[in-house]
Design a protein around this ligand. Structure first.
Ligand code: FAD
Length: 507
């Protein structure tokens, strides 16, 4: 076992005896050699022998080229020698051969040793075997390449986000989404959708619906996320090993599947809405008939009161009986009116965009037949609503049907018509808004309250309707805690605005 001696107190730190330098070089744990200017070895230490396999005796007097594996590109040696001749040191990697013939990668540092007058008669070489380090680097590179190729070949979009939400790794399918969805960072949309989505997808994922503008159909993605901890690569983390949380997002495109389901749903919906409309029409026609029957009865009742006032009790008693009998029959008939289908579907998390899309799917034939174009600008992700999807579809259908009627009703009236309906949605935490703008004549200010009264119809729509659509729509919206109001559309025409609460407060 070696002993560690203290420096003699008389010796200053800068005045080491030459023997200490010699011992330090002899025992250094890095291969050290000293050559003449022709690279003939004059000295080598134990670590040099250990790395190369040659003993000191086998090395001394031989040229350093003894170590060459003969595959290092000549340009490298030329660069090395060019540096040395200009008095500069050189650092690089060479392929060396051990005495037993095995190759090893040497990291070499060669320095010209300048004498006090600047003359160079010797070169100092320091080299170490970095084969294991090189293998490790290559393995990491290969693994990175392999992982990147597998990730790139995957059909699903994959993105890794750091704790600031920045993408640190993504694949081809993800990059394709940038153009497909027309946003610089699709992950933001998908994660926002994931936070608001309620539909469970396949394999533990959640299906997220992403709306697209310009009349393009929405896209569906089955999304999964996973937290991953990544090791910090900075030098100051060498001992503390801090880890950065990262989020792995995987999104599979399931649009085709949803479109198939949507087709089936749309057919069923059409039947349900037709049924609902049929019942509503029946209810409204009967209500209108009862209302009309009530009018003469009310006149008779007033006449009877007048007769009674004049003392004609005989006839008025008979008439009074007839009036109360008629009123009782009317109430009986009112009781037989088909009721509104309030609980058609249980209250669930409703996406207003889906409601509008369903209604547009159903009204497409009418829109096409009327030559009306639709500009549908859904907010990509909306908070969910609670309520009855069927009743909300009925309300939205009333607005769209009214918009079509308003545009079609202008035909031949000499007005410049914009055969366009613009719809857009907006979402806040506490409420969701739908706006329907039409290119029709608009509704004058003085009629904007009246149009919500039952059996009221504006000129352009009279004759086609009983005038109960808007009152029905208002009833549905207010049953959902919302409001409906009428404004001017930016290019003339009517703007119908629905605001529905999400049930969540602002905070
Ligand atoms: P060479 O014919 O010896 O040389 C190849 C090229 O180098 C030639 O084209 C020539 O331009 C240039 N060259 C060679 N000798 C000189 C010179 N004296 N002056 C100017 N230019 C010259 N090589 C290794 O492969 N492994 C090592 O670990 C290694 N360690 C070295 C350590 C030191 C301190 C020094 C000074 C050199 C070391 N070399 C090492 C370089 C080695 O001396 C050879 O130059 C090299 O191995 C190529 O040898 P070669 O026989 O293939 O070709």
């Amino acid at each position: 076992m070696s002993k560690v001696a203290k420096l003699p107190t008389a010796l200053n730190p800068g005045e080491l005896p030459a023997v200490v330098y010699r011992q330090a070089v002899d025992q250094a744990d890095i291969g050290i050699s000293i050559t003449d200017t022709e690279a003939n070895i004059l000295y080598c230490n134990a670590a040099f022998s250990k790395t190369s396999g040659y003993s000191t005796e086998e090395t001394l007097g031989r040229n350093q080229s003894l170590l060459s594996y003969q595959t290092t590109p000549p340009a490298l040696y030329e660069e090395m020698w060019s540096n040395l001749q200009r008095g500069l040191s050189w650092h690089g990697h060479l392929l060396n051969r051990r005495k037993d013939g095995t190759p090893y990668l040497a990291e070499l540092n060669v320095t010209p040793v300048q004498e006090t007058n600047g003359t160079v008669r010797h070169y100092l070489g320091m080299h170490r075997d970095v084969t294991a380090m090189h293998q490790l680097e290559q393995r990491v590179l290969n693994q990175k390449q392999l992982i990147e190729s597998v990730i790139d070949a995957a059909p699903m979009a994959i993105a890794l986000l750091n704790d600031e939400g920045k993408i640190v790794l993504d694949n081809h399918a993800y990059k394709k989404l940038v153009t497909d969805l027309g946003v610089p960072e699709p992950a933001e949309l998908l994660l926002a959708g994931l936070a608001k989505a309620s539909a469970p997808g396949r394999n533990g994922g959640i299906d997220v619906r992403i709306e697209r503008t310009g009349g393009r159909k929405p896209r569906w993605f089955c999304c999964t996320t996973q937290m991953i901890e990544i090791h910090d690569e900075s030098a100051d983390s060498f001992f503390s090993h801090p880890r950065q949380p990262s989020l792995l997002l995987i999104a599979s495109d399931v649009t085709a599947l949803h479109e198939e389901q949507q087709k089936v749903r749309a057919a069923a919906l059409q039947a349900m809405l037709a049924d609902e409309e049929h019942t509503a029409t029946l209810r409204e026609s009967l209500s209108a008939a009862l209302y009309q029957i009530e009018e003469p009865i009310n006149v008779i009742a007033s006449a009877v009161a007048l007769m009674r006032g004049r003392g004609d009790t005989g006839v008025s008693a008979v008439l009074e009986n007839a009036v109360s009998g008629a009123r009782a029959r009317i109430e009986e008939l009112r009781g037989l009116l088909p009721s509104e289908s309030r609980d058609d579907e249980s209250a669930v998390g409703i996406n207003l965009n889906e409601v509008v899309r369903d209604v547009l799917d159903i009204t497409t034939p009418r829109l096409l037949a009327s030559g009306i174009t639709v500009d549908w600008r859904p907010e990509p992700v909306l908070p969910a609503l609670l309520g009855s999807p069927l009743r909300l579809r009925s309300a939205v259908k009333i607005l769209i049907d009214n918009a079509i009627d308003a545009i079609v009703g202008q035909r031949g009236q000499g007005r410049t018509t914009r055969r366009e309906i613009t719809l857009f949605t907006q979402g806040r935490r506490e409420a969701v808004t739908l706006v329907v703008d039409d290119g029709g004549p608009g509704i004058p200010l003085e009629l904007r309250l009246k149009v919500f009264e039952p059996f009221f119809s504006t000129g352009s729509q009279a004759g086609h309707h009983l005038g109960t659509g808007l009152s029905r729509a208002q009833q549905i919206i207010s049953d959902h805690g919302g409001i409906i109001d009428i404004l001017d559309a930016p290019h003339g025409g009517c703007r119908m605005r629905i605001e529905l609460p999400t049930g969540r407060d602002r905070s």
